[in-house]
Design a protein around this ligand. Sequence first.
Ligand SMILES: NC(=O)c1ccc[n+]([C@@H]2O[C@H](COP(=O)([O-])OP(=O)(O)OC[C@H]3O[C@@H](n4cnc5c(N)ncnc54)[C@H](O)[C@@H]3O)[C@@H](O)[C@H]2O)c1
Length: 361
Amino acid sequence: MVDGKLSVAVVGLGRAGHVHLRSLVSLSTKARIAWVVDLNAETAARVAAVHECKATTDIDDALADADLDAVIICSATYTHFDFTMRALNARKAVFTEKPISHDPAELEEVLDVAMRSNLVFCTGYQRRCDKNFRALKQQLDSGAIGSVRLIKCTSRDNPEPPIEYLKVSGGIFHDMLCHDFDMLHFLTGEFPETVYSVGHCYNPQIEAMGDCDTVVVTLKYASGLLATVDTSRVACYGYDQRIEVLGELGMAQANNEHESTVTVATARGYVGAKSAFSFPERYMHTYLTEIAEFVEQVKARRPDPEAVTRRHVILEKVTTAAELSWRLKREVRIADVDELRDKVPVSTLHGPVKTKVPLAA
Ligand SMILES: NC(=O)c1ccc[n+]([C@@H]2O[C@H](COP(=O)([O-])OP(=O)(O)OC[C@H]3O[C@@H](n4cnc5c(N)ncnc54)[C@H](O)[C@@H]3O)[C@@H](O)[C@H]2O)c1
């Protein structure tokens, strides 16, 4: 750390990279952008000029910098495992975007290495840092609505991501629904026993990739809790994220965020503000909170508790079970996922085969 400021590299300068760069700019009294890394040398040089930092196309250049404290990995999903392993081996704290890996063996490996390293290792499930969903969780934890019986999550993206992104996204279950399954776990602390998914595809380009763009998932828990998630790659009226929880003693809702809280009523009816356009607008304060908390954790050398880190292993199974259920057209037990995943072909939208062999920690 130089001058008490955390020295950070941002890897991947696309949509998520720019969100995290903006957060780091807001945190400039606590952290400095030391490196930007992107496969595209022109992009890296252009962004480095704006942030007055070093640019490279190879993460190893940044990792060789002894003054570098932390790495924010927001390159394409298929790079997360390899880059996280390299960063941890170089003794840098890691914040990686979701999902960590599509391969369960890699996921367990990287979590083991992260925990053994005693370095801070955080993941980009930012909804856990969202002020609305944290307030909802506080209400549930306080017992305001008694024991939870039913949760309805609405999770609709906007605009539809670029086709080039979708080709390496891992598919709608691992790219989008993983956030909702993480949120259900955040709110309840429970993991489901079974899931059942139905999906449809309206966009022929997405259908041709073997993916779908509209899904409803039903989850059943040992406690009796039932949950549903409805998700869509696009919602023409803007980004839409809502949760409703029914408990024994009442109901709690986290409503969608709009551009303002203003409503105008005339003889023609009520008119309100639009939804936030997309994820950078809706979660602007949330992304800032998650990076601010990451910076504080690294400064305090305070890694997450083991259960927070290990949750990813079961949540990856839940996500894969949801995808398998859609493909098999039947309910899938989480306990059966490991056996089924070897027999049933799942999404291949995972990007190129890895070329770098991770180092042993
Ligand atoms: N948490 C969230 O809300 C959220 C939102 C959007 C994206 N994401 C995640 O962030 C990641 C990136 O998504 P995006 O929408 O920014 O994608 P994007 O396509 O806009 O940007 C990806 C960037 O990574 C770069 N890149 C790819 N391979 C690289 C490599 N080997 N080395 C260096 N740079 C490389 C690309 O050149 C590109 O600039 C994905 O894993 C996605 O799941 C998370």
